[in-house]
Design a protein around this ligand. Structure first.
Ligand code: TYM
Length: 334
């Protein structure tokens, strides 16, 4: 098993990233067997596809790495690194640009959402973003890619790119990766709008719980979260048409490691006045220790930076054979 996944080092890590991705990364690392590898990276090259503040990007890298360590990524078992420190990602990305089709990229919903109506003004990188993402995974012969639901389409494209490349060049250079989407928390929604995804780029900080939030901020954000006036039902089907209520119950269930049915069995008939404080207490109990460990790790930023460089060194070695095989397949090597 080769587990590969990445996260953009822009903005703060939030509860959606944690429940949708990072928690699965840690679980897969902890279940690893002797010949398995887990590779997790900060997708700093992907961050360049929208406008960024260079100083903020550089500063974010160490904070995000520390947060991943605090959440349970163990650099002795997993390879944790910055994408840009492994040039093979860019090199393979360019090679795969010859395989991916414009029509495939035109269908990507993230491209449509992020470019909006101003496609002509969007960066070229934003359009070819999924090709680099395919390279990220294929470079390591990734078999399993734990991601939130919003990244599933990009992974399907990675499979298409791998299959077309293997067919076009008549060689099994790449493994077809499987996206693994968390059943408990495929898509955590904004606390202000149950129809919008919880996201780093939402201008309202009230829309998300950041992993750096202090206890009082977590409690206040849940207290102010948008809801409806009805009490909680006893049947999950009755959450249909109540996106905010469904989101809060999903968050509770995912944090508690319980099913939505079990959570509703405890809270049916109660209003949000009772549910929100219970949810806040649970979130503080789960996320508070991650925040405190992150703060402690950030007291020695150079140790975190060194850990990332060691990770990049290991990743470069793991990437080399596949990059060479792809170069040979297309005729770049004799
Ligand atoms: P990014 O940085 O947007 O998000 C990182 C991970 O968090 C998941 N996620 C969510 N899950 C549930 N609910 C949410 N509200 C939520 N928001 C984010 C994402 O699905 C993702 O798993 N393109 C990727 C980064 C990337 C990558 C890769 C991922 C680059 N190369 C190769 C996998 C494999 C991204 O922007 O994720």
């Amino acid at each position: 098993m080769r587990v590969v996944s990445g996260i953009q080092p822009t903005g703060d890590l939030h509860l959606g990233n944690y429940l949708g991705a990072i928690r699965q990364w840690v679980a897969m690392q902890d279940a690893m067997r002797p010949n398995d590898e887990c590779l997790f990276f900060l997708a700093d090259l992907h961050a360049l596809t929208v406008s960024i503040d260079p100083r903020e990007l550089a500063g974010n890298m160490v904070v995000m790495a520390a947060t991943l360590l605090a959440a349970g990524i163990d650099p002795d078992r997993s390879v944790l690194f910055n994408q840009s420190r492994v040039p093979a990602h860019s090199e393979l990305g360019w090679i795969l640009g010859g395989t991916a089709r414009i029509g495939w990229l035109n269908r990507m919903t993230q491209w449509k959402d992020k470019a909006g109506k101003n496609r002509e003004g969007a960066s070229v990188g934003l359009f070819t973003y999924p090709v680099l993402q395919a390279a990220d995974v294929l470079l390591y012969q990734g078999t399993h890619v734990p991601v939130g639901d919003d990244q599933k389409q990009h992974l399907e494209l990675a499979r298409d790119v791998a299959a077309k490349f293997n067919t076009d060049f008549g060689m099994d250079v790449f493994t077809l990766p499987e996206p693994l989407v968390s059943l408990a928390a495929p898509r955590i929604m904004s606390l202000r709008d149950g129809k919008a995804k919880m996201s780093k780029s939402d201008p309202s900080d009230q829309s998300r719980i950041n992993l750096s939030d202090h206890d009082d901020a977590i409690a206040a954000k849940f207290r102010k979260a948008r809801t409806d006036p009805d009490p909680l039902p006893d049947d999950p089907a009755a959450l249909e048409g109540r996106p905010e209520a469904r989101n809060l119950v999903t968050i509770y269930a995912a944090l508690a490691g319980k099913s939505v049915e079990a959570v509703l069995a405890s809270f049916a008939g109660h209003g949000f006045g009772a549910f929100k404080p219970a949810l806040a207490d649970l979130a503080i109990a789960r996320l508070g220790p991650i925040r405190d460990r992150t703060e402690a790790l950030l007291e020695d930023r150079s140790a975190v930076a060194q850990m990332l460089s060691r990770g990049a060194e290991r990743a470069r070695a793991l990437a080399a054979p596949t990059l060479r095989a792809a170069q040979a397949a297309v005729g770049l090597l004799p």
